[in-house]
Design a protein. Structure first.
Length: 147
């Protein structure tokens, strides 16, 4: 089964709600990442994306050395579990118009993140495997038809 856990990113950059936006933006820039998950303990409570920085900070002339993560984070989050099916996660992202889902364990603790890019890479790999197997005359994977 194609699970969220098989394609999620485990190394999630986190911050607390009191962290200054300036520091979060510098972390994102330095690590070349598009988001930071805001946590309380190990539980995700919000997310800050590049879009949040542009739309909420720059466009509103908010001072990044004064404002905190809590001031601009998107919350509440929608989370999935690692055993959830990738297509289920894709449907949530598509229905809600979001590009990232946090992945939590059974206790609600953050263990990963799955992004729209992860989904695209997964679907492209599936399509490539199907085409290769079809050319060889042996359809396999998610596209294989039972016969």
């Amino acid at each position: 089964m194609d699970t969220v856990g098989s394609i999620m990113t485990h190394d999630v950059q986190i911050s607390n709600k009191e962290e200054k936006i300036f520091n979060i933006a510098r972390m994102m820039y330095g690590r070349k990442i598009g988001s930071v998950v805001v946590t309380e303990g190990r539980k995700p409570v919000g997310i800050i994306t590049e879009r949040d920085l542009a739309y909420k900070v720059v466009a509103n002339n908010i001072q990044p050395k004064v404002a905190t993560a809590h001031d601009i984070m998107t919350s509440p989050l929608i989370s999935v579990k690692p055993q959830d099916n990738i297509y289920f996660a894709y449907k949530i992202m598509n229905d809600k118009g979001i590009k990232k889902l946090t992945v939590v364990d059974d206790n609600g603790n953050l263990i990963g993140i799955i992004t729209q890019t992860d989904m695209i890479n997964f679907f492209n790999k599936q399509r490539k495997e199907f085409i290769i197997s079809a050319v060889k005359g042996k359809p396999t994977g998610s596209y294989a038809l039972e016969g």
